[in-house]
Design a protein around this ligand. Structure first.
Ligand code: NDP
Ligand code: MG
Ligand code: MG
Length: 340
């Protein structure tokens, strides 16, 4: 079983006195930069002129171009969108890396799939918070934290492991628990989770349930509540108390349906397809598709964004949520929307 590390297990002194450049000030960037600063570490921001630059400056940071920040820092954290990192790295980051420096990532994709190959004289580390950036920041301010996975791909200094744990502690992650992993494990399990379960599996389960009811003649509003709106309450209960705890709060009628019908909906064929999805991830097939899609200007991605956000489910949901003042519309700047 995996060891879980907490604040008391971690000595953060190796990161004290080091200058940390956070590249990107989006969902993870703004959260990691502010949490590290509040934990007493020295942080500068590297971004391009624009919205993120202005936001970081408003938050009181020393903001520089990516090139200058990478040049100046001892520790560089790559918090740009995964599909943009490679170009920015070779253009503006690589030349600033000096022996003994460290370069970090919050998702293993570009290192694991060899899109970025840092020089052998730097530490290469992973600190992957397991929650959206805005949630990580909120939890930190509340005195808590979001768990993180940490890993070391390359240990040039002999201190890479100490550094990565110190960084995770600075984020507040060790208040919640830090687990050791590898770039390979983090990349493959993260992609699998979002594709098969957390996003792809969930959104299409909701969608199929909603369509089944509407096509059978039930009111779309009713279908929305039964297949989408209630999901939050159930997942909150799962988050707090596990599947058994969620079932405890539901009727025995609901539980009987869960136990007997669930395996008919999600059956061994579903699981066989999940295995295929995992194999495609492991073989680099998904990564190649996504990198290619980006190379040609994202025609499929853009079309699907448009189509999925205009489905009947989404239209009914937008209307209903407006009528429910207790459902606070989440604050969604562009940097709020990404999940990882
Ligand atoms: P966002 O899309 O939220 O933020 C990207 C940031 O990069 C913005 O500040 C953007 O600035 C900047 N940027 C984009 N292109 C460039 C460029 N060419 N030059 C300089 N700056 C640029 O990214 P995320 O925070 O979602 O993701 C960052 C990393 O964290 C990824 O590796 C992701 O996998 C990982 N991760 C993300 C999580 C999340 O919570 N979203 C959770 C765990 C890991 P601008 O305003 O100028 O566009
Ligand atoms: Mg019900
Ligand atoms: Mg992800």
């Amino acid at each position: 079983a995996a060891n879980v590390y907490y604040d008391k297990d971690i000595d953060e002194s190796v990161l004290r006195g080091k200058k940390i450049a956070i590249l990107g000030y989006g969902s993870q960037g703004h959260s990691q930069a502010q949490n590290l600063r509040d934990s007493g570490f020295q942080v500068i921001i590297g971004v391009r002129p624009g919205k993120s630059w202005d936001k970081a400056a408003r938050d009181g940071f020393d903001v520089k171009s990516v090139r200058e920040a990478a040049e100046e820092a001892d520790v560089v954290m790559m918090l740009l969108p995964d599909e943009r990192q490679t170009q920015v790295y070779y253009q503006d980051v690589e030349s600033g890396l000096k022996p003994g420096n460290a370069i970090g990532f919050s998702h293993g994709f570009n290192i694991h799939f060899s899109q970025i190959v840092p020089p052998d004289f730097v530490d290469v580390f992973l600190v992957a918070p397991k929650g959206p950036g805005h949630f990580c920041r909120r939890e930190y301010l509340n005195g808590g934290g979001v768990p993180a996975f940490v890993g070391v791909q390359q240990d040039a200094t002999g201190q890479a492991e100490a550094l990565v744990f110190a960084y995770a502690k600075g984020l507040g992650a060790a208040r919640a628990g830090v687990l050791k992993t590898t770039f390979k494990e983090e990349t493959e399990t993260d992609l699998f989770g979002e594709q098969a379960v957390l996003m792809g599996g969930l959104t299409h389960l909701i969608q199929a349930g909603f369509e089944t009811l509407v096509e059978a003649g039930y009111q779309p509003e009713n279908a929305y509540f039964e297949t989408c709106h209630e999901m939050k309450m159930l997942t909150d209960l799962i988050y707090e108390n596990g599947l058994t705890g969620m079932r405890y709060s539901c009727s025995d009628t609901a539980k009987f349906g869960d136990f007997t019908v669930g395996p008919y909906i999600i059956d061994k064929d579903t699981k066989a397809r999940m295995k295929k999805v995992l194999e495609d991830i492991q073989a680099g097939k998904f990564a190649r598709n996504w990198l290619l899609e980006n190379k040609v200007g994202r025609p499929m991605f853009n079309a699907l964004m448009e189509k999925e956000s205009n489905s009947e489910l989404e239209r009914v949901g937008r209307k209903l949520r407006k009528l429910m003042p207790f459902v606070k519309e989440g604050k969604q700047d562009s940097e709020d929307i990404t999940e990882n």
